[in-house]
Design a protein around this ligand. Structure first.
Ligand SMILES: C[S@@+](CC[C@H](N)C(=O)[O-])C[C@H]1O[C@@H](n2cnc3c(N)ncnc32)[C@H](O)[C@@H]1O
Length: 164
């Protein structure tokens, strides 16, 4: 990856940890975007949360989307999963969990829904497949969960294409 080649092998996310100003600017931008999308998701797309009891916002940043969902659906338990330096210090109405490798131990969270907002574009095909397979396992990994019908919600922005 060109970014990593230019930064001694460190990923964009690892560099962010070492540069507080960049980190602040990036995550503040994410908060702004997330507020906009969260408002639309919880008002216009409420049905996607039908039957969901607990949700993990995978790569959920500082929790803007998860807070909006938790407020709109008070019975739904929300957890934010992100890198340790991102979730550190975030407390309040949500659970925060962190792992240095994407999607491993949250197989055992017991949650029935994984949300991926603006995540998959950051990964190559192999990385996306790994994340999606882990999400599928996490939400439907055992017989008990299979009865509850796990869900993976993917939020992405797509350009409006006029094919005519
Ligand atoms: C483009 S941001 C999207 C943030 C949030 N979902 C939103 O829509 O505002 C990608 C997120 O993935 C997180 N991330 C990157 N690598 C990660 C890893 N290995 N484990 C967990 N989260 C990671 C970043 O910290 C960041 O919060």
């Amino acid at each position: 990856v060109p970014f990593e080649a230019g930064h001694d092998g460190a990923s964009f996310w690892e560099c962010m940890e070492k540069d507080p100003a960049q980190k602040k600017a990036f995550y503040e931008t994410m908060v702004g975007d997330s507020k906009l999308v969260a408002g639309v998701l919880v008002s216009e797309c409420r049905e996607v949360f039908d039957g969901v009891e607990s949700l993990v916002d995978v790569g959920g940043g500082t929790g803007t989307m998860a807070v909006a969902i938790a407020r709109a659906f008070p019975k739904l338990n929300c957890t934010v999963f992100d890198l340790p330096h991102v979730v550190a210090g975030n407390r309040g109405e949500l659970y925060y969990r962190s792992y240095t490798a994407f999607c491993h131990d949250f197989l055992f969270f017991g949650d029935t829904c994984a949300l991926l907002q603006w995540i998959l574009h950051d990964w190559d095909d192999e990385g996306c497949l790994k994340i999606l397979k882990c999400c599928r396992e996490a939400v439907a990994g055992d017989e008990e969960k299979k009865k509850k019908k796990g869900k993976v919600i993917i939020v992405v922005l797509t350009p409006k294409i006029n094919l005519t």
